[in-house]
Design a protein around this ligand. Structure first.
Ligand SMILES: Cc1ncc(COP(=O)(O)O)c(C=O)c1O
Length: 313
């Protein structure tokens, strides 16, 4: 999806012009992948716009930075305020928000500790995605997800996405919409940029954090909704073949939101349509983010922006 420039980007406490938000080619991050980031949605609401689970995203960013020993000059609360400031300064909603923390220009060499930590927050228009309701045709990737104690999956680090890129490229080149990675032991892990849920009978399963998954914020929202809707939820290691015998499966993520899977490795899931449990959760999720149901979990942070509904690609 092409990036649509806005007017300002937040950089280390200041709003700077979009075109001035540049870095030197010798910055540490360019050579060694030393970045952590977030991806957040701001949704159009009937009476304005709301950022989805902003404190949770900022808490995860702070956690990611901590794992990589990146001292952050800002608290999660200050970063949340910065997100609201940049959205309001740009006057763009609905939108996608990309906060990023990285090691900048300082020293050459793997050790990052003497290179400065830079913080940027950008936002740009991202309207309603209209995927049709046909579901995603996915494959199990020949690439595994990150093995434990190699690259930490709980950090949303730029470098993790080299693995995601391999999974996604392979899937698309082979005619699938997305790939699912197995963990180092061959258990289901997650998509290149989504958490994974499957339904068998009336039980909803998802892979636990120990199977090399990102602690997804949409995942945790779906777990919360499922519990409230009285759906039995089991977090456990799942063998690959669960994908072939399940009744329903779906991805969750900031980009994917709740997307049902139609087939895995060309094996149809159920009859290929969105099953009843997925439909219930899908509706409960979208009712809240679109402001059609009360925000009973306090998931949305309001922003003062005139909403211009656009359709994304
Ligand atoms: C690898 C990976 N897993 C899962 C997710 C879903 O996480 P979230 O719901 O917080 O967007 C993402 C997206 O950020 C991701 O990149």
């Amino acid at each position: 999806m092409p990036i649509q420039a806005t007017q300002y980007i937040w950089h280390n406490g200041e709003l700077i012009p979009w075109e001035k938000a540049n870095i030197h080619v010798m910055s540490h991050v360019v050579h060694y992948g030393s970045s952590v980031f977030e991806g957040i949605r701001c949704y159009a609401q009937p009476d304005g716009a709301g950022v989805f689970r902003l404190p949770e995203h900022m808490a995860r960013l702070v956690d990611s930075a901590k794992i990589y020993r990146m001292p952050l000059a800002y608290t999660a609360e200050e970063l949340s305020t910065a997100v609201v400031d940049v959205i309001e300064a740009n006057g763009v909603a609905p939108c996608y928000i990309r906060p990023i923390v990285f090691r900048g220009y300082g020293e050459i060499g793997v050790n990052p500790l003497k290179s400065p930590v830079e913080v940027y927050i950008a936002n740009f228009p991202w309207g309603k995605y209209v995927p049709g309701n046909h579901g995603a045709d996915v494959c199990v990737s020949s690439w595994n997800r990150l093995a434990p104690n190699t690259m930490p999956s709980l950090a949303k680090a730029g470098a993790n996405y080299m693995n995601s890129q391999l999974i996604r490229m392979e899937a698309e080149i082979n005619g699938y919409d997305e790939g699912i990675g197995l963990d180092v032991n061959g258990y289901l892990s997650e998509g290149s940029g989504e958490n994974l849920f499957v339904v068998r009978g009336d039980v909803l399963y998802t892979t636990p954090l120990a199977n090399s998954v990102l602690n997804g914020i949409t995942r945790s929202s779906i777990l919360q909704l499922a519990k409230q809707l009285g759906i039995t939820v089991v977090e456990q290691a799942l063998p690959r073949e669960m994908l072939y015998i399940c009744d329903e499966a779906f991805f969750t993520g900031t980009a994917a939101e709740v997307t049902h899977l139609r087939s895995v490795d060309r094996i149809l899931i159920g009859d290929g349509t969105m099953g009843p449990i997925t439909t219930k959760l899908h509706k409960a999720f979208f009712d809240i983010v679109n402001g059609l149901a009360p925000d009973r979990f306090n998931w949305l942070t309001p922003v003062k922006v005139k909403v211009e509904e656009t359709v994304g690609v």
